[in-house]
Design a protein around this ligand. Structure first.
Ligand code: P6P
Length: 350
């Protein structure tokens, strides 16, 4: 991590946050303390906020605007109807491209790295995102979200970014966050020290600090997994999940099927989320770069843990933009228990 990033972490950690602080003021406060700051990171976060508000507005009108999963039709407003996740992808890329703060974008929606035109190539950051995770839930009005992770580029500023700028360990990340579009829109972000949530007031059009310094207790009695795949899990995972249901254990199970929603609930209330390898997803279903990395960065900044069942998620170095991984993430005690269960000899399930 460069000195600048270390200062940024300290600035974020040291700024005084009071309820009702706007995201803009939060960004100003936390970057003001760094005399050498170029303002690129502040601008990046402001553009993320802009894109998040635009997507939030569109998601909330999806049912009305004929946006539910159709493409190419012209809707009642005469707008070209784009699938919401394509809309989210375009909106975030456009918001990040113009100020010249991002050298490349790795998106779940794009096969290859998105490189801004030459005139915008001075950016020092690389942005990895799932622009609209859980979009299959839109038609049933379930909560969805945008997930993002931010690296500082390794390649020379002004040159064309390369895959080396993104195919690197998660420990290189300088920031990560998500936007959850649910009963309200909440932007959660961290630069590594402290995790803070901002809730959008759609009337004012501003994000206000609503969840200062989110922290996870060491342990919680809630697990979140799609038990429909239990037959194809590693037997040691099956045994751990079954043991939560034993009489007197007092555990709860919650599963929304939208990663951002399941993660946000666990971050706010405690819990462990599991997406093990299954027959249909032998490498796991969730993506390393723009799902596991950002949420692992956030959960560790909040005092939790995240592994792939063997190693720390942030120690992974992906080989491809869309690599997948099993994911066990949440309160540290439970993540450690699951990881230890998978380290035991295969025959000792239970
Ligand atoms: P399953 C949504 O499609 C998603 O990518 C994540 O948001 C979610 O956690 C997961 O897939 C749900 O997968 O197999 O349980 O439907």
């Amino acid at each position: 991590m460069s000195a600048g990033d270390a200062d940024l972490r300290e600035a974020f950690a040291s700024a005084h946050f009071d309820e009702g602080m706007t995201l803009d003021r939060f960004i100003f406060e936390t970057t003001r303390a760094r005399p050498e700051a170029t303002g690129q990171f502040a601008t990046l976060l402001q553009q993320v906020s802009l894109a998040a508000r635009m997507v939030s507005s569109r998601v909330n009108r999806a049912g009305l605007a004929g946006m539910l999963g159709r493409t190419g039709e012209v809707n009642v407003q005469g707008e070209l109807v784009m699938k919401l996740d394509e809309y989210a992808n375009d909106t975030f890329k456009k918001a990040l491209e113009h100020p010249g703060v991002v050298a490349a974008v790795a998106s779940e929606e794009d096969e290859d790295l998105f490189l801004p035109p030459a005139r915008f190539r001075s950016g020092r950051y690389v942005f990895c995102m799932d622009p609209l995770d859980g979009s299959s839930n839109i038609d049933v009005n379930a909560t969805i979200g945008t997930i993002f992770a931010i690296f500082r580029r390794k390649s020379e500023e002004g040159t064309v970014a390369t895959m080396d700028d993104v195919l690197r360990p998660g420990t290189d990340l300088v920031a990560a966050g998500y936007v959850i579009y649910g009963s309200g829109t909440v932007l959660v972000i961290s630069t590594g020290d402290g995790v803070h949530g901002f809730t959008l007031d759609p009337v004012v059009g501003e994000f206000f600090l609503s969840h200062p310094d989110l922290r996870l207790k060491p342990s919680a009695k809630l697990y979140s997994v799609n038990e429909g795949y239990a037959a194809s899990w590693d037997p040691r995972i099956r045994a751990w999940v079954e043991s939560r249901k034993a009489p007197g254990m007092g555990w709860k199970q919650r599963y929304i099927g939208s990663l951002v929603a399941d993660f946000h609930r666990n971050l706010v209330k405690g819990g462990v989320f599991l997406y093990p390898a299954t027959d249909s997803s032998p490498q796991g279903k969730l993506r390393v770069l723009y799902e596991a990395f950002p949420l692992a960065f956030l959960v560790e900044a909040a005092g939790g843990a995240a592994t792939d069942g063997r190693r720390r998620i942030l120690d992974i170095t992906p080989k491809g933009l869309h690599d997948r991984t099993p994911l066990f993430i949440g309160n540290k005690v439970q993540v450690d228990e699951i990881t230890a269960a998978l380290a035991a000899p295969a025959g000792t399930a239970g």
